[in-house]
Design a protein around this ligand. Structure first.
Ligand code: SAM
Length: 232
C-alpha cells in the first residue's frame, strides 16, 4: 500500500524517489502488478504498474477499492517526548485511529525541537501498514496555556491525571462524540498546570489505574480505551 500526496482518480501517476525504490527494489514490482494507493482524502484506489524503470514507475489508476474511512473525532494532545518514544507514540496514535495529533508544550517538556517532517513520515508509514485511508493531522506544537485558552466549546478534554482522575472508561462512555486526550510529559504536569487544566469546563481528569505509566504507555492506553468506548 502506498500513500501519495497527489489527489487520486482514474488516470496515470508517476512514482519516483524513495517510494519508487521501495516498489522496484524491495517489492520487486513488475509491469502488470497491482499497487494499492491512498491519498488520505478520496479513499483507496487500485493502481497497475504499466512501466517499471530503475528509478521510477508509471501506475495506471483504475478503480476505487474503498471509500475514505470514517475517522472517529478524537484528538491526542501529548507533550513531546524523547525521540524514540515520540516516534512510537505517533505510530500507535495513527494505528489506533486518532484524527489529529497536537504536540503540547508543558513546563516540564524536555524536548525543545520537534522534527514534524519525521513524525509525519512515521504516521504515513503507520497508515500504510495498518490499512488506514486517512493520515492523522499533525498540528504545530502549541503551549498548554494556548491550548486551554483556545479550547473548543463542544469538545471534551480527558486529561490523564495520575494524581486523581475518575475511572477512564466510564467517563469516556458518558462523554460526547468529539473528544481529546491530554497526556503530560515524562515529568508530569506541575501544580499550576493541573489547576489550569481542571479550571477548563470541558476538562475531565481520568485515571488509567494505580500505577504510574510512562507517557507513551498512557497515551496508547487512553486512546485504546476511548476507541473501545466511542470509536467506530
Ligand atoms: N507524575 C508522574 C510521576 O510521578 O512519575 C510523572 C508523569 S507520568 C510518567 C507521564 C504522564 O502519563 C502523566 O503526566 C499523565 O498524563 C500520564 N499518566 C501516567 N500514569 C497515569 C495514570 N495511572 N493515570 C492517568 N494518567 C497517567
Amino acid at each position: 500500500r502506498l500513500f501519495v500526496e497527489q489527489p487520486l482518480g482514474p488516470g496515470q501517476i508517476r512514482i519516483e524517489g524513495a517510494q519508487a525504490h521501495y516498489l522496484v527494489s524491495v517489492m520487486r514490482t513488475k509491469v502488470g502488478d497491482p499497487v494499492k494507493l491512498f491519498d488520505g482524502v478520496s479513499g483507496e484506489w487500485l493502481g497497475v504498474a504499466s512501466m517499471v524503470g530503475k528509478r521510477d514507475l508509471l501506475l495506471d489508476v483504475t478503480e476505487r477499492l474503498r471509500e475514505r474511512e470514517h475517522v472517529p473525532d478524537l484528538w491526542l494532545c501529548a507533550a513531546p517526548l524523547k525521540k524514540g518514544r515520540v516516534d512510537w507514540l505517533v505510530e500507535k496514535a495513527c494505528e489506533l485511529g486518532v484524527a489529529r495529533l497536537m504536540p503540547t508544550l508543558t513546563r516540564r517538556t524536555v524536548v525543545d525541537r520537534l522534527n514534524l517532517e519525521r513524525l509525519r513520515a512515521h504516521m504515513v508509514e503507520a497508515a500504510e501498514q495498518c490499512g488506514r485511508t486517512a493520515v492523522p493531522d499533525l498540528a504545530e506544537p502549541v503551549k498548554l496555556s494556548g491550548l486551554l485558552r483556545d479550547w473548543p466549546e463542544d469538545r471534551t478534554l480527558f486529561f490523564a491525571d495520575e494524581a486523581g482522575g475518575v475511572p477512564a472508561l466510564a467517563a469516556m462512555q458518558a462523554g460526547g462524540a468529539a473528544a481529546a486526550i491530554l497526556i503530560g510529559p515524562e515529568g508530569g504536569f506541575d501544580d499550576a498546570e493541573r489547576d489550569a487544566i481542571r479550571a477548563l469546563p470541558q476538562a475531565i481528569g481520568i485515571s488509567l489505574g494505580p500505577r504510574i505509566l510512562r507517557a507513551d504507555t498512557a497515551a496508547a492506553a487512553a486512546v485504546s480505551l476511548w476507541m473501545a468506548a466511542k470509536g467506530d
